[in-house]
Design a protein around this ligand. Structure first.
Ligand code: NAD
Length: 476
């Protein structure tokens, strides 16, 4: 199978192609067009040409087309979920039941929202000020390989709904479902040129896209290193940067331990541990630390690692052999830094089905006695590797939670309501979940602080990147 660019509603062949590989089997799934400056220029030109008509379409009409795209995704969930699972190794229980259906919801949500964009008025005795929210223009949407379809739609839906046009660049490691999104957008009646797709590598396709003078806004999700690079080359564009994380999952001695255990296991091992909001630093109060560690490791040992197409599988393969090597290097490093390996380690998971024997698998791994300054505690491993770190009291928990370059998500578990609010306020993160795993509401501001990024998306927060506010002052 060949996957080509989508530019101005037409399939455009690549001058070169790269392979996308199933990380569970190493089977080549498709040859994908590898774009560069020429394809980026053509895609941006197509988006620029389509912009005035799309932006000028009454919002209810745009909403109808956006909703139709949601319907087409909803109708094709099993097919899209299977493609996504094959392309990136995310287990089918997640892609089929959660992530692809949520992608359809992204379109439903923003279809409704774009019909309700209103402004503000600031009357004075001499002037009436009011706000208009205009679309920005051509937007560059860049997505990582983890949760690729959900992330792409999370960007495309508000971008298009608010009247912008887009050039979407997926990760070279997981481009397949976005190609399907492009087809469905045309089928929904979204005019050619409104959504364009350029496939390819970051250096060849991503760099010219973010530097293009006709691109007015960038919505980027990916690593902190790439985010930093993009900010430097973007110049005066609007942007939102959703970057890496190493989120603290803080459990006090008065927490509901069973629920905290379930949530802690879910937040580090689901999505193969390849999750930006993973609770990868599990801070546990000293008095319950030994008990918690034993129970946590016991649950980790029971996790089903296997074929991502099997509904019962919890942990599938890592996205690539390079990423597998990176995750394994941290598993090797842990004991050298002084951490205690409670379960997992370098040995491949036992009992892998034949079909996936060559997959990029890591056994769910738990390190105890982790010091927050160790590299395994400070670096984003982005795999099924948990670090258990003891703390003394509330002040110590806050100190450890914040002693990190990242600030994406955070989790606090306590039955003491005052303590919950105090820690939630003190933790340096864009999001804090109290007695809960990460539960996304499309209205909430999603994003991080410190090295986890800048800008927020979701609900009216998406105006920040996808709308240009204008104040009109009328002399009375
Ligand atoms: P990455 O930074 O390597 O790549 C992300 C995207 O950027 C890819 O499409 C890539 O091709 C492109 N790219 C690379 N170099 C570029 C350049 N110079 N200019 C323009 N584009 C370029 O990240 P990844 O490895 O694909 O994804 C994993 C990272 O994403 C992790 O750090 C994870 O935490 C983060 N992430 C963050 C969120 C969030 O919402 N904060 C969500 C998911 C993933």
């Amino acid at each position: 199978m060949r996957i080509d660019h989508l530019i101005g509603g037409k399939s455009v062949k690549g001058s070169d192609y790269f392979e996308t590989v199933n990380p569970a089997t190493q089977e080549v799934l498709a040859e994908v067009a590898s774009g560069g400056e020429a394809e980026v220029n053509a895609a941006v030109a197509a988006a620029k040409e389509a912009f005035p008509k799309w932006a000028g379409m009454p919002a209810p009409e745009r909403a109808k087309l956006i909703r139709k795209l949601g319907d087409l995704i909803a109708k094709n969930v099993p097919e899209i979920a299977q493609t996504e699972t094959n392309d990136c190794g995310q287990v089918i229980a997640q892609t089929g039941k959660q992530l692809v259906p949520r992608a359809a919801d992204n379109f439903y949500y923003f279809a409704e929202m774009c019909t309700r964009v209103d402004g503000h008025t600031y009357p004075t005795p001499t002037h009436l000020n009011y706000t208009l929210f205009h679309p920005v223009g051509v937007c560059a949407l860049i997505s990582p390989w983890n949760v690729p379809f959900m992330t792409a739609t999370w960007k495309v839906a508000p971008c298009l709904a608010f009247g912008n046009t887009a050039v979407l660049k997926m990760s070279e490691l997981s481009p397949l479902t976005a190609a399907r999104l492009g087809e469905l957008a045309l089928e929904a009646g979204i005019p050619p040129g409104v959504l364009n797709l350029v496939h390819g590598y970051g250096k060849e396709a991503g760099e010219p896209l973010v530097a293009h003078p006709d691109v007015r806004a960038i919505s980027f999700t990916g690593s902190t290193a790439t985010g930093n690079r993009i900010v430097k080359s973007a110049g005066l564009k609007k942007f939102s940067m959703e970057l890496g994380g190493k989120s603290p999952f803080v459990i006090f001695e008065d927490a509901d331990l069973d629920r905290a255990l379930d949530a802690a296991v879910f937040m580090i091992f689901s999505n193969n541990g390849e999750r930006c909001t993973a609770g990868s630093r599990i801070l546990v109060q000293q008095s319950i630390y030994a008990d918690f560690a034993a129970k946590f490791a016991e649950r980790a040992r029971r996790i089903t690692v296997g074929d991502p197409l099997d509904e019962k599988t919890i942990v599938g393969p890592m996205i690539s052999q390079a990423h597998l090597a990176k995750v394994r290097s941290y598993i090797e490093l842990g004991p050298k830094e002084g951490a205690t390996l409670l379960c997992g380690g370098l040995e491949a998971p036992s009992n892998l089905p034949n079909r996936v024997k060559k997959g990029n698998y890591v056994t769910p791994t738990v390190f105890a006695d982790v010091d927050n300054r160790m590299k395994i505690a400070q670096d984003e491993i982005f795999g099924p590797v948990a670090c258990l770190i003891p703390f003394r009291d509330e002040a110590h928990a806050i100190e450890l939670a914040n002693d990190i370059q990242y600030g994406l998500s955070s989790y606090v578990w306590t039955e003491n309501i005052g303590k919950a609010h105090r820690v939630a306020a003190a933790v340096e993160a864009g999001m804090c979940f109290v007695n809960s795993q990460n539960v996304r509401d499309l209205r909430q501001p999603f994003g991080g602080t410190k090295a986890s990024g800048t800008g927020r998306e979701g609900g009216t927060w998406s105006y920040e990147v996808f709308c240009e506010p204008k104040n009109v002052a009328v002399s009375l």
